[in-house]
Design a protein around this ligand. Structure first.
Ligand SMILES: Nc1ncnc2c1ncn2[C@@H]1O[C@H](COP(=O)(O)OP(=O)(O)OP(=O)(O)O)[C@@H](O)[C@H]1O
Length: 924
């Protein structure tokens, strides 16, 4: 083959191969492209799907975020509305003028913010501005309509008189705010024309100076702080409205005064409200925290928020409100309340150096304090009836007991006048609470001057005890004693005696002793922490007191209520001129220079007092006992059990008039004279004495009793006693006739305790023959040595004397007597005092003397024994049922016996002895 052909074949073959390879490559590329296209399509489809899903998620997330944001906003708005309501309560924030009403916030609360409109896109959110205590206000030209509403809200949200307006209105001369004019009646608004500008500014600057110097006095940084601490606003806030004032044209001096007010006004209650953009910019510093701007677009209080201003309040609303406020203010400022005298936390003070509490409010709004300690140690309070002494004592006691704990202070309270003014301090049936500091309350004491004496004696005993303790610790006064004996309980003791003149009224031994005790306590009590507070209607009339200048001189704290006489120094007449419910408090014995005029809060009414007592009562310790209550109108019942510590063979006759309500005791031991004569015609009381004496003896030891009642009116009582005696374990023999007792006495004089309980002895003794009379005398004279004691009731002293032997009689047989309605001189033969004791009989009181124990007689209250005896129906029932054996029906005859015209006693004496006879009652 030629090489050309071979070459052609080779090339042809190569070309064919190349073509084949190209075709294969092309096919592969086409396939690849197809695959790629497919994958791309798939990817795109997936991406689109994902995008759709993401869009959905995004939509959902956004919706959730939106919802959350919305509810967050709603919650925030709700919280903001609630906060706004709290910051601008009542009159300060009420959105609608239709429902707007006066409503002052409480004294301690900060001044409220004031509403001027609402946030433009959130109408439920109020736009609030601070004015009183917070800032000056600048009102732009476009927001002038906010002014009347702002002023009305400021006036309406403080107590009447709490805000005064000073309106400088050179163009309209007050016409712009004419609706507020009724405030002028109470000097609560002052309209100032061009000529008054300088004077107004000067007065306000002077006012700021005075508040700083005398009201804040370095103790408080602002009136707002003072109010927060004390709850009182002694000075009204001043709102100075500058309308159309052209401030740029003011003189340099006027402008300087304005600048002073701008700097110092808010702390002292002077606030500027400048109306008009240009004036406000001239008067106030734009960016000062003490300036709040109100424009239609923004308020400084809420930031740059568009606000919708409230409409102006209707002129009639402004006028009516202004009139109402003026009327309330003219009627008088609301006086301080009891709560204003109380500390924020109770019982935190120490009484080591003395007691010091607020008593009322001074004219400058500060609280006036009274002190009891080393100086002044004691107080004298005076004022005619109805002038408020009792109320003042409530205020004083309230402040003391809230400030000092019962370990720091003890109170002894006595009211000599009728009524129960101090009874509320003791636990009662209606109100079981008591004042934990009170140890003793005496009410309705009236004639029981002895109770006053008992209190003074008790204080003197305590004074002695303290003096001894002080000596042991080498202390000279309570403060030192407390330091030396930190574990001891040494509260200050305050004795308050209302109408104390009653104690010193008589010219008798009670007055004499009371004055001596008062003198001693007044002189030495101060160093032992014992303080006296004496109140009286008319100190001038108390001879016993004013005769003793030294005594009066100790009472250096004087409190004179309106028209009080002789409480202050002779040349001090302030009490004649003070208004109702005020007092002159004077800690320097009433000298003119030390006068403090004080408004006393109404402390006695239940709404003021009850919550305080309840709070103190709940805080008392477990060992706090209720105070002892002595009520002169209540007759004490005979104690069920004999008083603890009472010896055997001792009879209880009644309650002594004593701070511990001790029983009056009579020892009936084997010794001559140990008999008791009850004297007088008040039969019920006599029977009570006989019953309590016999029954208290029977309850304490085995006893036999001879019982004889010669007054038919008292037979039922005597029967009941005999039943009670038997119930108590005594053996009782009942006698119809006195002769039976006297003739048989020796049989009973065995050395075993035997009582002869004889009712109306003199009704029977007149009928005794000589022998029987002799027997009676012998029984009285000799019986006690053999342990036979007579507890007998004679209706007069001469009749007793008759039974003891007539004119020449000696009273040796009667060691003890208890006189009821027997005049003092009649008791002369039985009494150690020549001429008899000074005793003026009074109901339910007896004079008791036991020669063996007393130096002088003591007054007692015969116990009520009604509840200690079985009731008559029961006795009759037991008699009818044969409870008295064979003589049951005859016994009934005693109760039913007709009275004889000659006298009831005789009737019984004449009755046949066998009709009832000597027998034991009951006992079955
Ligand atoms: N500061 C006061 N604020 C309001 N009311 C008062 C105030 N002080 C007294 N009162 C009221 O005046 C009346 C007489 O007061 P209070 O009983 O205290 O007088 P008093 O001097 O004790 O009179 P009396 O001696 O006749 O008992 C009472 O109704 C009392 O509530």
């Amino acid at each position: 083959m030629n090489w050309r052909k071979r070459l052609r074949d080779v090339i042809g073959h190569e070309l064919a191969q190349a073509r084949g390879a190209a075709r294969a490559l092309d096919a592969e590329a086409a396939k690849h492209a197809k695959d790629t296209q497919l994958r791309t399509r798939q990817t795109l489809a997936r991406a689109r799907k994902r995008q759709a899903a993401l869009a959905l998620i995004q939509e959902r997330v956004l919706a959730t975020i939106d919802a959350r944001a919305q509810s967050e906003i709603e919650r925030t708005v709700e919280a903001a509305v609630a906060a706004a309501e709290a910051a601008a309560p009542g009159a300060a924030g009420a959105p609608s003028w239709d429902e707007w009403a006066l409503g002052a916030t409480a004294g301690r609360d900060p001044a409220p913010l004031l509403r001027c409109g609402s946030i433009a896109d959130r109408p439920q959110l109020p736009a609030l501005v601070g004015l009183l205590d917070r800032s000056h206000v600048a009102i732009g030209d476009d927001a002038v309509q906010a002014l009347p509403g702002l002023l009305l809200r400021a006036l309406g949200s403080t107590p009447a008189g709490g805000v005064q307006l000073h309106v400088y209105d050179p163009e309209q001369l007050g016409g712009s705010l004419a609706a507020f004019a009724p405030l002028a009646q109470a000097a609560l608004v002052q309209y100032v024309g061009p000529s008054g500008l300088r004077g107004m500014l000067d007065d306000l600057v002077e006012h700021v100076r005075r508040i700083n110097a005398t009201v804040l006095a370095g103790e408080h940084s602002s009136l707002a702080r003072l109010a927060a601490v004390s709850g009182r606003r002694p000075e009204p806030a001043r709102v100075v409205v500058l309308l159309n004032s052209a401030i740029a044209d003011w003189s340099k001096e006027e402008y300087a005064q304005l600048a002073r007010l701008r700097r110092t006004g808010i702390a002292t209650g002077v606030h500027l409200v400048v109306v008009g953009t240009a004036d406000a910019k001239a008067a106030l510093e734009d960016d000062s925290p003490h300036t709040t701007w109100i424009t239609a677009n923004a308020t400084g209080a809420t930031g740059e928020l568009a606000i919708e201003l409230d409409p102006c309040p209707p002129a009639e609303l402004i006028t009516a409100t202004a009139k109402k406020l003026a009327d309330i203010h003219t009627a008088g400022r609301e006086p301080a309340k009891l709560i204003d005298l109380l500390p924020a936390d109770i019982w935190t003070a120490s009484s080591a150096t003395g007691l010091s509490v607020p008593i009322g409010e001074r004219a400058d709004g500060k609280l006036a304090r009274v002190t009891l300690g080393d100086n002044p140690p004691h107080a004298l309070i005076g004022g005619p009836s109805g002038s408020g002494k009792t109320n003042l004592l409530y205020a004083f006691i309230g402040a003391l007991t809230a400030t000092y704990s019962p370990d720091e202070l003890e109170l002894y309270l006595l009211d000599f006048k009728e009524g129960v003014s101090f009874a509320r301090f003791a636990s009662g049936q209606r109100d079981p609470t008591w004042l934990p500091h009170v140890r003793l309350v005496g009410v309705n004491i009236n004639d029981d001057r002895e109770f006053g004496l008992a209190l003074l004696r008790h204080l003197k005993d305590e004074m002695r005890r303290r003096a001894e303790a002080a000596k042991r610790h080498e202390a000279t006064k309570l403060e030192e004693l407390r330091e030396a004996d930190p574990g001891g309980r040494w509260p200050r003791m305050v004795a308050v005696i209302d109408e104390f003149q009653a104690l010193l009224e008589g010219r008798d031994a009670v007055t004499e002793e009371a004055v001596t005790l008062l003198e001693d306590l007044a002189r030495r009590g101060r160093s032992q922490g014992i303080h006296l507070v004496l109140a009286s209607q008319d100190v001038a009339g108390i001879e016993a007191l004013w005769g003793r200048a030294g005594l009066v001189a100790q009472f250096t704290l004087r409190v004179a209520l309106p028209k009080a006489r002789r409480i202050l120094a002779d040349n001090n007449h302030l009490a004649d001129a003070i208004p109702r419910f005020h007092a002159v408090v004077n800690a320097e014995s009433g000298t003119v220079e030390a006068n403090e005029l004080v408004a006393i809060p109404n402390a006695g009414h239940a709404q003021a007092w009850t919550p305080l007592q309840e709070k103190l009562w709940k805080n008392r310790g477990d060992d706090n006992e209720p105070p002892l209550l002595f009520d002169g109108d209540v007759v004490p019942a005979m104690p069920d059990e004999s008083a603890p510590g009472v010896a055997r063979e001792t009879a209880l006759l009644g309650q002594t008039i004593d701070v511990a309500a001790k029983p009056a005791l009579l020892r009936l031991h084997r010794a001559p004279g140990r008999n008791l004569a009850v004297l007088g015609t008040r039969s019920q009381e006599a029977c009570d004495v006989l019953a309590s004496a016999a029954l208290s003896m029977a309850r304490r030891q085995p006893l036999s009793v001879s019982l004889c009642c010669l007054d038919p009116d008292q037979v039922s009582g005597a029967w009941r006693l005999s039943m009670a005696l038997e119930e108590a374990g005594a053996t009782v023999s009942w006698h119809e006739r006195l002769a039976e007792v006297t003739s048989q006495w020796e049989e009973h004089a065995t050395g075993q305790l035997h009582l002869c309980v004889l009712y109306a002895v003199d009704a029977g003794s007149a009928r005794l023959d000589r022998t029987q009379s002799h027997n009676l005398r012998q029984m009285l004279l000799e019986g006690p040595e053999h342990h036979l004691h007579t507890i007998g009731w004679w209706r007069s002293v001469p009749r007793l004397r008759e039974d003891l032997g007539g004119f020449q009689a000696r009273f040796d047989a009667i060691d003890a007597w208890l006189a009821l309605d027997v005049q003092g001189p009649e008791l002369a033969p039985l009494s150690p005092q020549a001429g008899g004791p000074a005793w003026y009989p009074r109901l339910r009181r007896g004079l008791f003397f036991d020669r063996a124990h007393h130096r002088k007689p003591e007054v007692l209250i015969p116990y009520r024994t009604e509840e200690s005896l079985p009731n008559l129906a029961g006795v009759l029932g037991s008699l009818r049922g044969g409870g008295v054996g064979t003589h049951g029906s005859e016994g009934l005859g005693v109760f039913n016996s007709p009275r004889s015209p000659q006298g009831s006693g005789e009737n019984i004496e004449q009755r046949d002895a066998n009709s009832v006879g000597e027998r034991s009652l009951g006992g079955t």
